[in-house]
Design a binder for this molecule. Structure first.
Ligand SMILES: Nc1ncnc2c1ncn2[C@@H]1O[C@H](COP(=O)(O)OP(=O)(O)O)[C@@H](O)[C@H]1O
Ligand SMILES: [Mg+2]
Length: 323
């Protein structure tokens, strides 16, 4: 649905996107994650044509962005709703008229019965039926973001682009907004791209994710794959898997588990079978949409290295010797 191929973008002397390639499928929830300054917002702005790019190509629904004139670009932008961290509501307008803003922009009378029907339907969807005439200052952060979501949907877009949409909200409110985004994806079939620096967000809703680091995609895949096998130091560090606190002696081995092969039995079994001692230096378990995944770092004696790795291979457990 959205294909990004080798996109490069430079601001003055700063190369912000260094050949980014990724693909978003129709109807999926796709995450773009990475640290602040990685180039996520710039990439998202390139997707909806708010920002131009220097090289490469972005194709949306078989239309090449670089080939569009201003008018056609505007028509494409109409098919993409967008929400931001800061909500961007107009204080002087009530909820109804904030949601109606894109209609006014496209010459649709917000007081027409058709417009009113649409706006009432959307306030119902986002759970703000009773706030139609409230001003933004009377709303909580979560409610403001709900208004922004309704506004983003008012022209029936096929895409919803979200830039750090939950980064200003506390965890409980974030859950509600993410549930709403999932509902919009399922019930309305809208393709969603979520830009975030929060792994929690990706874990909860994204079907696939790209890890963007310093203008480059280091990894694209299912979020659980990224977690279960981060592969790159940059990704491990991002997931707070830095190895600074691991022992400097022996061999540190990181094991990865998914829901099917549980951590505990394997580890006790290994100790028993190999009759060896090792220490567990670090462990964590995480929920991904429907499944639990775990990772564990053990420290073994250099002399046990081969036996332990053979054991893990026999049990088909993913492992990595940490540098
Ligand atoms: N309009 C701009 N002019 C100059 N530099 C910019 C502009 N927009 C973003 N940048 C720079 O590009 C880099 C990536 O920014 P951004 O895409 O906002 O990253 P992210 O969203 O991942 O935090 C940053 O170093 C930022 O300062
Ligand atoms: Mg950003």
């Amino acid at each position: 649905m959205i294909h990004i191929e080798n996109v490069r973008k430079t601001f003055q002397d700063l190369q912000v996107l260094k050949g980014v390639s990724l693909s978003v499928n129709e109807h999926e929830i796709y995450g773009i994650i990475g640290q602040s300054g990685a180039g996520k917002s710039t990439l998202l702005r390139c997707i909806n044509g708010l920002e131009s790019f220097d090289e490469g190509e972005i194709t949306v629904d078989n239309t090449r962005l670089s080939s569009l004139n201003r008018k056609d670009l505007r028509l494409l932008q109409k098919r993409m709703g967008m929400i931001f961290q800061g909500f961007n509501l107009l204080e002087r307008l009530d909820v109804y008229h904030n949601i109606a803003l894109p209609m006014k922009f496209w010459g649709i009378n917000p007081s027409s019965s058709e417009a009113e029907k649409k706006i009432r339907e959307l306030t119902g969807l986002v759970g703000l039926e009773d706030k139609l005439h409230a001003k933004p200052r009377e709303l909580s952060g979560g409610q403001k973001q709900r208004v922004a979501i309704a506004r983003a949907l008012v022209l029936d877009p096929e895409f919803l682009l979200c830039d750090e949409a939950t980064s200003a909200l506390d965890p409980e409110i974030t859950k509600g907004i993410l549930a709403l985004i999932q509902k919009i994806n399922k019930e309305m079939g809208i393709t969603i791209v979520i830009v975030t620096h929060q792994m929690e967000v990706v874990k909860q809703v994204c079907e696939r994710v790209a890890f963007l680091n310093n203008g480059t995609v280091l990894r694209e895949g299912r979020p659980e794959e990224l977690f279960v096998k981060p592969e790159r130091k940059e990704i491990r560090d991002f997931l707070r898997e830095g190895s600074e606190n691991l022992p400097k002696y022996g061999v540190n081995i990181q094991l990865f588990f998914n829901g099917e092969n549980n951590m505990d039995p394997t580890v006790t079994d290994m100790a028993r079978t190999l009759d060896t001692n090792f220490s567990i230096c670090w462990a964590k378990l995480e929920d991904f949409r429907d499944d639990v995944y775990g990772s564990l770092v053990i420290n073994v004696d250099e002399k046990d290295r081969e036996r332990v790795l053979n054991f893990l291979n026999e049990r088909k457990i993913l492992w990595e010797v940490l540098p």
